[in-house]
Design a protein around this ligand. Structure first.
Ligand code: EL8
Ligand code: ZN
Length: 395
């Protein structure tokens, strides 16, 4: 019998707070929609059956309130989300268009509660990190990076990441946001585009791909100039290619920006074989980003995001939960309520495919050089003193 999990030698033990709300799997975007909240319960089932509950504290966060959501989102948008439902949609036809609610971001039963659970976990995780109750907080229901101040986008309605970062900014002068979802983290970048207190760093497929933003030359404006980094990728990026740019860029970001806390969005649609994505990362390659960011020993908020091949989403996030807690999960998937989803191999790993890597070494080197050049402009004390949360967004 292979070991269920083994300690990772040579690294300091981290106090981990893990957030899960069993209600999350009761929400459904609708038949045929790729976003399936059940994936989070599948991950939790692996987490529990691997025995990770022995290695961390598990919490059910208080759902975020409307008032808390309004720290970023407009009051009218939050009111709309709290009131609209499949049965009341007929009264909100104008608002559905105004707030971009429709096929990608449908109205479904419990929509507001779903948003409140996602945002509550990220905000409570940030608060526990800031009060030094833990070193790493994990919220796989979070990471919904496309949501804008007054608009739903890309399956996201409430931007839990922005709300979590605002909470961290109450205690930290500088917060670093890193996004390894296959899609550009546009909602988070937009929220902090004009400030030097938050550096957003997104690695994503770019070129005829949603949301279309996140070009290499998009670097922030005003005080925020050079505090938005974008690394545009092409199809088929491999573990080796990704590592060759991710680690040098993040290492340089840490040297120049020196954040007090880090938020890492771990969208798993960057994994090989994802239903929507077209990159070629293995689970170990995706997880090596988590391990690398963890190695800087900063308060770390780890969030979910995209990911549409459910069996692989749950494999990867369970494995990364283990890494956060300082253990490597064994390759044999333990019995769990979703066991049949993991056949025919019933192994934990997500392997890469033989698809072509369209990111040549020359392309990656050129882009890396430009990104590192942008970073040469970063450094020195922030231009603003500590502020209340809401006015942080009015830089
Ligand atoms: C697809 C936008 C991308 O399929 C959203 O791609 C990315 C969210 C993310 C796709 C689909 C897309 N939307 N961000 O991971 O990190 C371009 N939308 C879609 C919506 C409903 C649906 C099928 C596809 O089900 C249907 F309504 F057709 F039944
Ligand atoms: Zn995505």
């Amino acid at each position: 019998m292979a070991p269920v999990m083994k300690p990772i030698d040579g690294e300091p033990k981290k106090r981990v707070c893990y957030f899960f709300d069993s209600d999350v799997s009761g929400f459904h975007y609708g038949p045929g929609h790729p976003m399936k909240p059940t994936r989070i319960r599948m991950c939790h089932s692996l987490v529990m059956n691997y025995g990770l509950y022995k290695k961390m504290e598990i919490f059910r966060a208080k759902p975020a309130t409307k008032r808390e959501m309004m720290q970023f989102h407009s009051d009218d948008y939050v009111e709309f989300l709290s009131r609209v439902s499949p049965s009341s949609m007929g009264n909100y036809t104008k608002e559905q268009h105004k707030y971009n609610v429709g096929e990608d971001c449908p109205v479904f039963d419990g929509l507001f509660e779903y948003c409140a659970i996602s945002a509550g976990g990220s905000m409570e995780g940030a608060a526990r990190l800031s009060r030094d109750k833990c070193d790493i907080a994990v919220n796989w229901a979070g990471g919904l990076h496309h949501a804008k101040k007054s608009e739903a986008s890309g399956f996201c309605y409430v931007n839990d990441i922005v709300l979590g970062i605002l909470e961290l900014l109450r205690y930290h002068t500088r917060v670093l946001y890193i996004d390894i979802d296959v899609h550009h983290g546009d909602g988070v970048e937009e929220a902090f585009y004009t400030t030097d207190r938050v550096m957003t760093c997104s690695f994503h497929k770019y070129g005829e791909f949603f949301p279309g933003t996140g070009g290499l030359r998009d670097v922030g404006v005003g005080k925020g100039k050079h505090y938005a980094l974008n690394f545009p990728l092409r199809d088929g990026v491999t573990d080796e290619s990704y590592k060759s740019v991710f680690e040098p860029v993040i290492r340089s970001v840490m040297e120049h920006f020196d954040p007090g806390a880090i938020v890492l969005q771990c969208g798993t649609d960057s994994l090989s074989g994802d239903r929507i994505g077209s990159l070629n990362l293995s689970m170990k390659g995706h997880a090596s980003c988590v391990q690398f960011v963890k190695s800087f020993n900063k308060p770390l908020l780890i969030l979910g995001g995209g990911g549409y091949t459910m069996r692989n989403v749950s494999r990867c996030w369970a494995y990364e939960t283990g890494l956060a807690a300082g253990v490597e999960l064994g390759s044999e998937i333990p019995m769990n309520e979703y066991y049949e989803y993991f056949g025919p191999d019933y192994e934990l790993d997500v392997k890469p495919s033989s698809m072509e890597d369209m990111n040549s070494p020359g392309y990656l080197d050129r882009v890396k050089g430009i990104v590192l050049e942008h970073l040469r402009h970063v450094g020195g004390p922030p231009s603003v003193q500590m502020q209340g949360r809401r006015d942080i967004l009015e830089f």
